[in-house]
Every structure is written in C-alpha cells, then in structure tokens.
Design a binder for this molecule. Structure first.
Ligand code: ZN
Length: 299
C-alpha cells in the first residue's frame, strides 16, 4: 500500500494511505542504509494491525524524493505559500520582502497570498499588485468572507504539497483550518501566545487537505535575520533585477550607488517597482553593517 509520511514522533511515522492513518515503524533496513524517513516521504507500507487505533503498519520502502529541505526538515514539497494581510495589519514591505527572501531560499515556487481583501480598498490591492508584478511570485487574494476566493486558492493547492509561512494575525491559521478541518489550528490571540511558547520546538507536520493534497504550517520556518544571506548574494533574491544586471557599468555591481547602475535606472524608470528596490537597499545596508559571523571552526 502506498502513502505519505505526515508526521514523525519518537521513532514512529504516521502515514496517510488510502484515506486512513497508520502508525508505522520503519524497517531496520533504513538504519542499515543510513537513510532516515522524513515527513513528506512517499512510502510503501505493510499494514500489520487494523484493530488498534490508530491502525499500525511498517514502512517498507521509500520512493524517490523530488527534493529535500533542511528548514523545514521535510521532503517532496511542491510550493510555498506566503500569507500576509492586505490590511489589519497592513504589511511592512520590508518585512514582507524578508519573508520572501527567506522562503526563496527553499527554491520552491512561491504563491504570495494577501488575505482580508474585504477590509481593503481597490487601491490597496493595486499597490500590492504593482510592487510584486515582476518579483517572480504568483499573487493571490482571499478573504474568509468570500468562499469563492478560497476556491481560487484551492485550485492552486490541489494535488500538491504546500508549505505555508507568514506572520501571525494575518489569517493564515483560518485558511489552513478551512482547507484542513482536522488541523484544528488555534487562531487569533491564543495562537500568538502558543507560538511564543513553542519557539524552541520545530514541529513539522503535514495536514491532509484532499486527494494528493497536503498542507504544512511552519511557525518557526522563516528567519527574518537572513543569516544565510550575504551582501553579494542578496541581489539573487530579486528576479526583477536580472534583465538589467548585464548592463551595469561594473561587473559585480551591487546596485547600490555605483555610477552607471542599470538596475537603479530601471527602478527609477518604473521597469519594476521602486518599492522593491528600496527594500533591497535597506536590507543590503543592514547586511553590510552586520558583524561577520565568528568562524565556527576556530578554537
Ligand atoms: Zn548595478
């Protein structure tokens, strides 16, 4: 029987297979091969007990992985969904871009979903559309007041495994509960308290949302400190710069205040959003001021 590992706990793997949940042990063969099954793994299992609750089985075989991430520690993810509210709270574009950079590190395709559109004006939506139109992300808009808007989101999720990220208070948990009623995500004030208390444990879990469709929530996924990013790799996270980079006067241009910078000129001419260029410069300045990390291997 084929299924997917949705959770791993204390040596057991919870596998969703054929519409039911099986608590499985991994066969010794994995340890011998030095392979550790991961959340997201597609597996072949043998059912050993259908009377117990949950039912039991053993993981016999891991199918080939499409990809594997370290943060979150999972595999076979198809895409990431970054959730922000249009308003209440209005997004700080600087903070949003940090999330975006952090999620982009996974190299997964990104859907940027703005919630609470019922509270926003058409101008608010147009502004966000224009900021992100060249950023390489797919944009979506939703409100819990309009089931139709969730229908459009569902079309993007269907048949895929999607990791959700975003700050608290933007309606991310409400959305996950809508698609995965079994997730029982706490929403609002309570969740903020819980997330604070939970910061040290990084719990990785998939929720079943429909046939071949899974959602993962990651409260501790994004690191807004961007510790993996250096000043000279930051520009790689801004796809809208790419068509212009070859035209900069200096090879290796940081697109900051160098003369003849074609990227800066393109931002000024509106070839892409100057707001994105501003956040680039803000984050770049901060990365340059950051003290270099102490070399780990030095005694
Ligand atoms: Zn430049």
């Amino acid at each position: 029987m084929y299924g997917k590992i949705i959770r791993s706990l204390a040596g057991f793997y919870d596998v969703y297979a054929g519409g039911a949940l099986y608590r499985c042990r991994a066969r010794g063969v994995f340890r011998a091969l030095g392979v550790k099954p991961l959340v997201g793994d597609d597996v072949e299992i043998t059912v050993t007990d259908t009377v117990s609750d949950p039912m039991e089985g053993s993981v016999d075989k891991l199918l080939p992985r499409k990809n594997k991430l370290l943060r979150p520690n999972a595999c076979n993810l198809d895409q990431a969904m970054l959730v922000f509210a249009v308003t209440a709270p209005a997004p700080s574009i600087n903070m949003l871009d940090r999330f975006l950079i952090s999620v982009k590190e996974t190299e997964l395709p990104i859907i940027l979903t703005f919630t609470k559109t019922d509270l926003a004006s058409g101008e608010d939506l147009d502004r966000l559309r224009s900021i992100y139109r060249e950023s390489g992300v797919t944009l979506a808009f939703a409100t819990s007041d309009d089931p139709g808007s969730y229908g459009e989101i569902w079309e993007m999720l269907k048949g895929k495994t999607t990791v959700f990220a975003g700050p608290s208070g933007v309606g991310k948990s409400t959305m996950i509960n809508h698609f995965c009623p079994e997730a029982h995500m706490e929403t609002g004030e309570i969740s903020r308290k819980i997330e604070r208390g939970k910061n040290t444990t990084r719990h990785v879990e998939l929720f079943w949302a429909g046939e071949d469709t899974y959602i993962m929530d990651t409260p501790g996924f994004t690191s807004l400190y961007l510790e993996e990013i250096t000043p000279d790799t930051l520009r790689d996270y801004y796809p809208e710069f790419e068509p212009f980079e070859e035209k900069c006067r200096f090879h290796g241009c940081m697109h900051e205040s160098e003369p003849g910078c074609a990227v800066r000129a393109a931002a000024e001419n509106g070839a892409f959003s100057p707001v994105r260029y501003d956040t680039y410069r803000e984050i770049l300045r901060e990365l340059k001021e950051r003290r270099p990390a102490y070399p780990k291997n030095r005694q």
